[in-house]
Write a protein that binds this ligand. Structure first.
Ligand SMILES: Cc1cc2nc3c(=O)[nH]c(=O)nc-3n(C[C@H](O)[C@H](O)[C@H](O)COP(=O)(O)OP(=O)(O)OC[C@H]3O[C@@H](n4cnc5c(N)ncnc54)[C@H](O)[C@@H]3O)c2cc1C
Length: 344
């Protein structure tokens, strides 16, 4: 199959570009390896609980801000959002951030674009000279042709390491990639007795090194609330020294015990009213998103954000490793800028 633009990855970045391009009449195909869209903000459901996948702090949902600007071009409604108590710029999104991803997916289809799930991309396809990218090769062996551009929603490390190929990556870029550091996240998904809420500082708060996001009523079985607790972790730690599954399980269990003890020490108000349901760590984030070392919190860098360009003139990047901040609104905003560049 041939399209003007092929987008690799259905995270917020890839979806925004594909939805906008399709709405502007550009023939576009988005390829996502998973069975659902969203990547880092894909739905997290366990034991009847619908968990907030991140910290639940979303900016730029106000009038005239980035989401309104993007959705005004699309044939779908923007998800409802409401300001968090005591805040004038932080919003919660009805249905969580996955609903933004799902609206973009719906928009692609409504505009006549192509969205293919369960379609992992292996690498770029090159012409006979081996110099120019002409599309992408899927893991299945199929080649999807991109007449004008390929947009990678993979991290900057994976765009070069997997799509472009390290043998085609300029030396300078390889050096730069080594200087860029990413962080890992460790999450606990838990079930809270609703009666305990009154003892807590709010529904979104930070205590010591933990960010806590409590889901709305209805996100859990009656009398309960779904809670996501996030802390940072060194991603390399999760990929080294684990020769077997048992060792990995032990590592995960030790991390959980440590986090749980520190959390209760920092916030005794949880008391016995909170129960662990699941955890996420750099290994599980790797399984979900295929991001290098499961690094899901952007790039820590003192330099300027990298921008959309790659070493190939018709291959571009979108996503949180090339934006100034690793947040959803920054990704959407940068995706709009790339779309404008591709359609000018
Ligand atoms: C724990 C946590 C808390 C957060 N909290 C907040 C918050 O409160 N507020 C906020 O604004 N932001 C928050 N963020 C940040 C926000 O979620 C991310 O910046 C954003 O979702 C990143 O989107 P992305 O498009 O860059 O990448 P991703 O979500 O990583 O999307 C990449 C997509 O590419 C797909 N893919 C990978 N390899 C292939 C392949 N070979 N072929 C096809 N598809 C492929 C993946 O499956 C994935 O769907 C949080 C992030 C995390 C991890």
């Amino acid at each position: 199959m041939a399209y003007d633009v092929v987008v690799v990855g259905g995270g917020i970045g890839g979806l925004t570009v594909a939805a906008l391009l399709s709405a502007r009449g550009v023939s576009t195909c988005l390829l996502e390896r998973n069975s659902q869209v969203g990547g880092c903000v894909a739905r997290v459901e366990f034991a009847g609980h619908d968990f907030e996948p991140g910290m639940g702090l979303y900016t730029s949902f106000g009038p005239g801000e980035i989401y309104e600007r993007v959705f005004s071009e699309l044939p779908v409604e923007m998800p409802e959002s409401s300001l968090l108590a005591d805040s004038d710029d932080l919003y919660s999104i009805e249905g969580g951030p996955a609903s933004v991803a799902e609206r973009f997916a719906e928009s692609i289809k409504k505009s006549g674009g192509t969205l293919r799930l369960n379609s992992p991309v292996l690498r770029l396809a090159y012409d006979q000279t081996g110099q120019n990218a002409v599309g992408v090769d899927l893991l299945s062996g199929e080649t999807v042709i991109a007449r004008r551009a390929v947009v990678s929603n993979l991290t900057v490390w994976d765009t070069y390491g997997k799509l472009i190929g390290l043998n085609r990556t300029p030396l300078e870029t390889k050096k730069l990639l080594k200087t860029l550091q990413g962080q890992g996240a460790y999450l606990v998904y838990a079930s809270l007795e609703e009666s305990a809420l009154a003892r807590l500082p709010g529904e979104r708060f930070t205590v010591a090194e933990f960010s806590v996001a409590i889901g709305p009523p209805g996100s859990a079985p009656p009398g309960k609330r779904a809670v996501t607790i996030k802390t940072r972790t060194d991603p390399t730690d999760w990929f080294a020294f684990q020769a077997s599954e048992e060792e990995y399980e032990e590592r995960d269990q030790a991390a959980l015990e440590d986090v749980w003890t520190r959390l209760h020490a920092s916030l005794p108000a949880f008391g016995p009213d909170i129960e662990i349901i699941e955890t996420a760590n750099p290994r599980t984030f790797y399984d979900l998103t295929r991001r290098k070392l499961g690094m899901v919190l952007g790039v820590e860098s003192s330099s300027e954000p990298l921008g959309h360009h790659t070493s190939l003139p018709n291959v571009f990047m979108v996503g949180d490793t090339i934006t100034a901040a690793p947040t959803m609104d920054a990704v959407v905003s940068s995706a709009l800028a790339l779309t404008n560049q591709l359609t000018k």
